[in-house]
Design a protein around this ligand. Structure first.
Ligand SMILES: [Zn+2]
Length: 431
C-alpha cells in the first residue's frame, strides 16, 4: 500500500477505550482488533525501527506511536505524521491477513511509512521534492527494510505467517524490470542506484545536508547537488553523474516569475512604510488548507515600492511546542509565480487566540500587482489557522507558489503588507 502523508486540518484525539500493545520503541493503541494482530503490528514496527536506526543510522523517535483501528465501512488507510506516529485503519480484521488473501500490504506498508518518517524528520522542508522522489524513497527503503526485517524475525513475525520477502526488494526488482515502470518505481530505482554509491549510511548525512542547504525553489537543483557533494565528500565525483540523471525525476519544476528579485538594503529605505490593508480587522472565519497556501492580492500604489514586512492574523494548532520547522512566505507575481521566497520559523505563531503576527522580509521590489502567499504545509497535527474577513472578496486564493491556485470565495485572507520607498526617492527627506 502506497500512502502519502495525509494533509488534513484536524486534531487527532486518542480514543479513550483503546487497548495497548508494546514492543521496543513502539506503542500500539488499538481498537476492535485482536491482541495477536496488535502485537504483530507492534513487533513489525519495532523491527523496522531497528533497521532504520542501526543499518541506515537514522534518528528515529524514542517511541513510535501507532493508532490502529478496525472501522467497518472505512477504507484501508495507513499514513504517518512524519514525526513519530502511524495511523492504520482497516475495514475488518481479515484485511490483516497476508496480501495474497487480503490484498493489503500491511507489513510492507509499515516499513514504507517508517521510511517517510525517517526522511521527514530530517528533511523538514522539501517543497522542491517531487512525489516520485518522496514516494520512491519510501518504496525503495520500505522494500529493503522488509528484507532486513525478515532476516531478523522470520515469517512468524506476522499474525498470518508467510514469506514476506516477496513484498520486499524482490518485488521492486520485478517492477523495475517491467515494460513501463511508473514514476514512483523509477524514483525507487534512483534511490537504489544511489545506495550503490553512498551505502545505507550515506542517506542520513545526505538528507541533513539537503535540509541545511535550504535551496532556492526557483532553481533548487544546483544547491542540492553542491550540498550532496559536501555531505559525502569522498563520493562527490560519483554522486554528480547520479544527480544529473535523478534530478529530472526528483526536483519539482516550479514556474518562476520573469521578474527577477530586486532587493535593497533596509537602511536605504525611507523608514516610513505604508501599510496596505484590505480587511476591516475583524475575522469572520478561519481555515487551514490541506496541500494549499494562503495567497492575497495587492496593488502597488505606483512607482518604486519595496515589500518590507508581511502580517497575518492567525494561530497555530497542534502540539504545545512548535515544530522545529519553517514555513514559507512568497512574493509572487499576478500569475502566482514566485519572485522571492523566505523561510520563517513555525514558532513565530502561538497556539490559542488568533492575533496579528508581523514578519520582516528582505526589502524586495514589487510589481504593479502581486500576491503574498503563506505556505504552512499543514498536516493533521501541525498547521496555522489563517483568519479571513468576509467584508471583501475576490483578492484571495488557495495556492502554493509556482502553481496556479483556486479562488477563495468566503472572503479575503487577513494578510497585510508594509511597503516602503527608497530614501533617494523621498523628496521630503532631501534625497
Ligand atoms: Zn508513501
Amino acid at each position: 500500500m502506497r500512502t502519502a502523508l495525509t494533509l488534513l486540518p484536524l486534531f487527532i484525539v486518542p480514543c479513550a477505550v483503546a487497548d495497548t500493545a508494546t514492543a521496543p520503541h513502539v506503542r500500539v493503541n488499538y481498537r476492535d482488533m485482536g491482541s495477536t494482530h496488535a502485537q504483530a503490528i507492534a513487533d513489525t514496527v519495532s523491527a523496522a525501527w531497528t533497521v532504520y536506526r542501526d543499518e541506515f543510522g537514522f534518528d528515529m523517535p524514542e517511541t513510535v506511536l501507532v493508532e490502529a483501528a478496525i472501522e467497518r465501512g472505512a477504507g484501508a488507510r495507513l499514513y504517518t505524521d512524519g514525526a513519530d506516529r502511524l495511523y492504520l485503519t482497516l475495514p475488518d480484521a481479515a484485511k490483516l491477513n497476508r496480501p495474497e488473501v487480503s490484498g493489503v500490504f500491511n507489513l510492507y506498508g509499515m516499513c514504507h511509512e517508517l521510511g517517510h518518517m525517517a526522511m521527514y524528520r530530517m528533511l523538514k522542508n522539501r517543497d522542491w521534492m517531487t512525489t516520485a522522489a518522496a514516494e520512491g524513497w519510501a518504496h525503495y527503503a520500505g522494500s529493503l527494510v522488509v528484507d532486513r526485517v525478515y532476516a531478523l524475525k522470520g515469517e512468524k513475525l506476522w499474525c498470518d505467517p508467510y514469506d514476506y520477502r516477496k513484498d520486499g526488494s524482490a518485488r521492486l526488482t520485478q517492477q523495475l524490470a517491467g515494460p513501463d515502470p511508473d514514476e514512483v518505481t523509477r524514483g525507487a530505482g534512483q534511490w537504489r542506484a544511489l545506495e550503490q554509491i553512498i551505502g545505507l549510511k550515506g542517506f542520513a548525512p545526505l538528507f541533513r545536508g539537503w535540509y541545511a542547504a535550504q535551496p532556492d525553489l526557483a532553481d533548487p537543483a544546483p544547491a542540492l547537488s553542491a550540498a550532496a557533494g559536501r555531505a559525502i565528500p569522498a563520493k562527490a565525483a560519483q554522486i554528480e553523474p547520479w544527480w544529473s540523471k535523478a534530478r529530472e525525476l526528483f526536483v519539482e519544476r516550479r514556474a518562476i516569475s520573469s521578474m527577477a528579485a530586486r532587493t535593497l538594503d533596509p537602511g536605504k529605505l525611507s523608514g516610513k512604510p505604508t501599510a496596505m490593508q484590505g480587511d476591516d480587522g475583524t475575522p469572520d472565519g478561519k481555515k487551514s488548507i490541506a496541500g494549499g497556501g494562503h495567497a492575497r492580492l495587492f496593488e502597488s500604489p505606483g512607482g518604486e515600492w519595496y515589500l518590507r514586512g508581511v502580517s497575518l492574523f492567525g494561530s497555530r494548532y497542534g502540539a504545545p511546542e512548535a515544530p522545529s520547522e519553517s514555513f514559507e512566505i512568497a512574493l509572487c507575481d499576478e500569475q502566482m509565480r514566485p519572485i522571492a521566497t523566505w523561510a520563517k520559523p513555525y514558532s513565530t505563531f502561538d497556539r490559542g487566540d488568533a492575533r496579528w503576527v508581523k514578519l520582516d522580509v528582505q526589502p524586495t521590489l514589487v510589481p504593479a500587482k502581486f500576491y503574498v502567499c503563506f505556505n504552512f504545509r499543514p498536516t493533521g497535527t501541525k498547521g496555522v489557522y489563517v483568519s479571513y474577513d468576509s467584508s471583501t472578496k475576490g483578492h484571495s486564493q488557495t495556492a502554493t507558489p509556482g502553481k496556479p491556485g483556486s479562488p477563495f470565495d468566503a472572503g479575503d485572507w487577513m494578510i497585510r503588507v508594509d511597503l516602503d520607498k527608497p530614501k533617494s526617492a523621498d523628496a521630503l527627506g532631501g534625497g
